[in-house]
Design a protein around this ligand. Structure first.
Ligand SMILES: Nc1ncnc2c1ncn2[C@@H]1O[C@H](COP(=O)(O)OP(=O)(O)O)[C@@H](O)[C@H]1O
Ligand SMILES: [Mg+2]
Length: 374
């Protein structure tokens, strides 16, 4: 077990900067998620840690040991790929034993270790089968067993659940989290699925265009997104964003879609100090309500019902506000008619304000230090 540290790591492929000057620490013994859209540089970052790629510049450390120039086999990492990459001509047993045999470990030790990890992953009954005789979920367990059998210092997972069907994904997600906690191994899990990252990880690293956007707990990235990208990427349906105009009178007020509200004190202070005229007003669909009357001490804007999507446990109502769609999650019994005019009401404590220029959450300007190390 070690922490994994990157210092100013950049990886270029020709003109493409896949990983752009990343400085970051994945804590010892914790489950970290590397979360970002497709093409954001997640896999490249993981393969840099594994030693499959060499950085163009920068340094990588496992604990105190610099590994920047070490080949994969000298790093003691366990790697699981999206497509499992099992050897089709080898039985499950031999697939799992393979990394140990590569190290010329005596066959009796190999057998003990294979049996132990098979028990841990509950695949003892499958050892005599070929990969083609296994379901996707079983193949995934075998791939995990093969990664864990050599007792790696770091477990690296590249979208390991994305080839599984939705139900199995939920099951394995919970098991994987449990397993990581049991082993206390440093794990880095690459995913583009924000719900997966939120549900599994102790630490979430949000990445876009090869750059770290925010590092934080699931609570941090949901409640205190550092910038507009994180605010829009975390949460489903995504956060609503509207343009707001700031009025600097006795009290600072923000006008959005014809309605005015007084923002939270931290925001009011930053707006007054910075003298900002324009802001992006952001709130989550699950924090808004629909009502017939405006509500005091809240952001209340008028919208027209566009469409209602019933999901059973709740509805997603799309409203049109000043030509812009705004989503609201309502209880199942709230089913307004298309064309109806209603107030969208959001408690001021749930309204976030961002700078349209820098795209940063203005909240962090109220704090002595930023939310992110860079
Ligand atoms: N071996 C490679 N050669 C050239 N470009 C690559 C290579 N691997 C990745 N890239 C590019 O680097 C960027 C990041 O890719 P990747 O790390 O695979 O993203 P992700 O895993 O987040 O989807 C993409 O623009 C991708 O096309
Ligand atoms: Mg990838």
């Amino acid at each position: 077990m070690v922490e994994v540290r990157l210092e100013n790591v950049t990886k270029r492929f020709g003109r493409v900067v896949a990983v752009n000057n990343v400085t970051l620490e994945f804590p010892d013994g914790r489950f970290s998620a590397l979360l970002g859209p497709s093409g954001s540089g997640k896999s490249t970052l993981l393969y840099l840690i594994a030693g499959i790629y060499k950085p163009t510049s920068g340094r990588i450390f496992f604990g105190d040991r610099e590994v920047t120039h070490l080949p994969p086999k000298e790093r003691n990492v366990g790697l699981v790929f999206q497509n499992y990459a099992l050897y089709p001509h080898m039985k499950v047993y031999d697939n799992i034993a393979f990394p140990l045999r590569l190290r010329k470990i005596p066959e009796s030790t190999v057998d003990a270790k294979v049996q132990e990890v098979a028990k841990l992953l509950r695949i003892e009954e499958l050892l005599d089968r070929y990969p083609s005789q296994l379901s996707g979920g079983q193949q995934q367990r075998v791939a995990l067993a093969r990664a864990l059998v050599k007792e790696p210092d770091v477990l690296l997972l590249d979208e390991p659940l994305s080839n599984l069907d939705a139900l199995l994904r939920l099951t394995i997600r919970a098991e994987l989290k449990k397993l990581q906690k049991k082993l206390g191994i440093t794990a880095i899990h690459v995913t583009h699925d924000q719900a997966e990252a939120m549900s599994m990880a102790d630490v979430i690293v949000v990445i876009d265009h090869g750059r770290v956007q925010q590092v934080g707990s699931p609570d941090d990235v949901y409640n205190r997104p550092r910038n507009l990208f994180v605010a829009g990427f975390i949460g489903s349906p995504p956060a609503n964003m509207l343009h707001g105009h700031v009025h600097h009178s006795t009290a600072v007020e923000v006008e959005v879609a014809g309605a005015r509200f007084q923002p939270r004190e931290e925001y009011a202070k930053v707006l007054a100090e910075a003298g900002l005229e324009e802001v992006i007003v952001v709130f989550r669909p699950e924090h808004a309500q629909l009502s017939l009357e405006p509500s005091p001490n809240a952001l209340s804007i008028v919208g027209e019902v566009y469409v209602v999507e019933p999901l059973g446990k709740e509805n997603i109502v799309t409203m049109i506000v000043a030509g812009v769609p705004v989503k609201v999650v309502t209880p199942p019994d709230v089913r307004p008619q298309a064309g109806e005019k209603l107030y969208i009401t959001v408690p001021v404590s749930r309204v976030m304000l961002f700078d349209p220029e820098t795209e940063l959450n203005l909240e962090q300007l109220a704090e002595p230090r930023g939310l992110c190390p860079d």
